[in-house]
Design a protein around this ligand. Sequence first.
Ligand code: SF4
Ligand code: SF4
Length: 163
Amino acid sequence: MSRKRKRLPKSEPASLRPKFWERVPLDQMTEAEWEALCDGCGRCCLLKLEDAETEEIAFTRVSCRLLDTETCRCGNYAIRKQLVPDCVVLTPKNIDDIGYWMPATCAYRVLHEGRPLYDWHPLISGRAESVQEAGVSVAGWVVPEFEVDEDDLEDYLIEPYGG
Ligand code: SF4
Ligand code: SF4
């Protein structure tokens, strides 16, 4: 007796349900699906300044000391919270409260706000390089925080990523 098995598209590992980002709510995604949402842009790892009165968020081009500024990957993702205590770990539970801290292009914020993923997102394009080609990645043009005096952060403000 033979048994039929459904074949998944090659671009979607078996642990990811097909087009899960279009049909599975954030709080019902598997850990693998949640992690796959991250486009690796590195924008969330830039230091931000918050206006004390308006709560407006301004991004700088100064990166967290743990960010690899060439690959845009966290230098130690597994224990990042121990190494950088103020690293914000986004979860389905806290996205209501802190989603606004994320860049407007961030896939988690995009889906949370009911918007579709951008065409350049690797889940749509099928290519990790599309993030850099679209000018969304911070790779190669940011300054590590250990090279900048905290009092000078305002000199490094960039076009708003929030919104
Ligand atoms: S901004 Fe969002 S999509 Fe980009 S690296 Fe951070 S968590 Fe991932
Ligand atoms: S600790 Fe890692 S994930 Fe957190 S802000 Fe720094 S580089 Fe990004």
